[in-house]
Structure formats: structure tokens, C-alpha cells
Ligand binder design. Structure first.
Ligand code: FES
Length: 225
């Protein structure tokens, strides 16, 4: 077990956990955006920052990626942390302030307006969809493309990906509903977000298409574990 202190409270957690895990398991609230419990930590949005005491002074770290250390002294709500989260929330509001998730996230850190102006886009580039496609589904039909203000999520070359199996895992993990499903029939669906619609592909594990999957027996469905 690792012993550390969070906001003056001495706690113990298993080695290998993150500061975010340790904080949440012990009742401390830390806002997150790119973090998802089913995905590997990413450290992209900086909403989860905390202050770590070091011999050279306070150090700001992303709690979702930083591992617990014996004797660590952590502060989750200093003026510096509040200021950093506020700026992060203002930038998110400027981009996706029309989405309920971002409105609630900003409100949770006391932000309800923004001095910034950015092109409006429900996609906040948290990469949950990209990581879910790769880590959970094991495919990687989409990825982060371009740099700077042109950064976006897209299938390779922004054309329909033959690898997409329409599992809609990306839709499930998107916090801002930037990815939607268009139901063409009861059984056929198309993922919408990127410049092109995905052509329907078969699962690499079971080789069924999504609509065919509904008709196979329970015995065969165990192929997905
Ligand atoms: S939740 Fe930790 S950096 Fe996004």
C-alpha cells in the first residue's frame, strides 16, 4: 500500500493507482473530461490538475495520469489549481459551450462564461472515441488528424473506413454527443461525425455484421468474451 496525503487527509491506496483514483476513492471531487474509466489515462484536457508538493516547490500534474507515490502531499483545490481549471473550462466553453456536458463541467468549477472566441464544435478533441476504438474494440478506425487549429478526429484520409464495424463504442464514450447514430432502418445504422459515412464492415472476431449479430445464437456470441 502507498501512504499519501490529499488536502490534509492521510490515506492509503494500492500501488499502481493514480492520484485521481486515490482522490475519488476517498471522496475528493476532481473534474475530468478526457478521462474515462474504461480507457487508459490520456492526460489531454488538464481539467484534473492537482498540486503536488516537491522539495523545489509546488508542481502541477494531471491527476489522471500521475501515479501515487509514498509520502506524496497533494492539494486538489488551491488558487493556482482553480485558476488553471477555470481557463481550461473557459476554452471548452468557447468551443463547445452549446453542449450540456461542457456547460455542467464549466459550472462545476464556477465558470459560466468565456472571454475567448473559437470556432464552435461539439468535438472537444478529448480522444475518448479514438482510444475506445483502439483499446476496447481493437480496431482503430479513427484517429487524431492534423495539428493546431486543424486538429480533428477522422478516419484515415477522411474517407469511409472499411474497418468500422458500427459497434458505436465511439458514440457511447463521447461526452459531448459530437458523434451521433443515424438509424436508417431498425437494424442498419451509420455513425455520423466525420466527413464521410462509414461503410458497414464485419467484426474481425466473429465476422458478423452488426445486424447479423442479432440473429446468431448465444453460443456463438461468446466469441466476444
Ligand atoms: S481528465 Fe486528466 S487530463 Fe483530462
Amino acid at each position: 500500500m502507498i501512504a499519501l496525503t490529499i488536502d490534509g487527509k492521510e490515506i492509503e491506496v494500492e500501488a499502481g493507482r493514480t492520484l485521481l483514483d486515490a482522490a475519488r476513492e476517498n471522496g475528493f471531487h476532481i473534474p475530468t473530461l478526457c478521462y474515462h474509466e474504461a480507457l487508459k489515462p490520456y492526460g489531454g484536457c488538464r481539467m484534473c490538475v492537482v498540486e503536488l508538493e516537491t522539495p523545489r516547490g509546488p508542481r502541477v500534474v494531471a491527476s489522471c495520469t500521475y501515479p501515487v507515490e509514498d509520502g506524496a502531499v497533494v492539494h486538489t483545490d488551491t488558487d493556482q489549481i482553480a485558476g488553471l481549471r477555470k481557463v481550461a473550462a473557459q476554452l471548452l466553453l468557447a468551443r463547445a459551450g452549446h453542449t450540456p456536458f461542457i456547460q455542467e463541467l464549466a459550472a462545476s468549477v464556477g465558470v459560466d462564461s468565456t472571454p475567448y472566441t473559437l470556432p464552435t464544435d461539439a468535438c472537444v478533441l478529448c480522444s475518448r472515441c479514438v482510444r475506445a476504438c483502439r483499446e476496447i474494440v481493437g480496431i482503430g478506425a479513427i484517429s487524431m488528424a492534423n495539428r493546431g487549429s486543424d486538429r480533428m478526429v477522422a478516419p484515415p484520409f477522411s474517407i469511409s473506413s472499411a474497418d468500422c464495424i458500427e459497434c458505436a463504442t465511439c458514440v457511447q464514450v463521447c461526452p459531448t454527443d459530437a458523434i451521433t447514430l443515424k438509424h436508417i432502418t431498425d437494424r442498419d445504422r451509420t455513425v455520423h461525425m466525420w466527413p464521410s459515412e462509414f461503410a458497414r464492415g464485419a467484426c474481425r472476431l466473429c465476422e458478423y455484421h452488426a445486424d447479423e449479430w442479432m440473429d446468431v445464437g448465444a453460443e456463438e456470441q461468446t466469441v466476444h468474451g
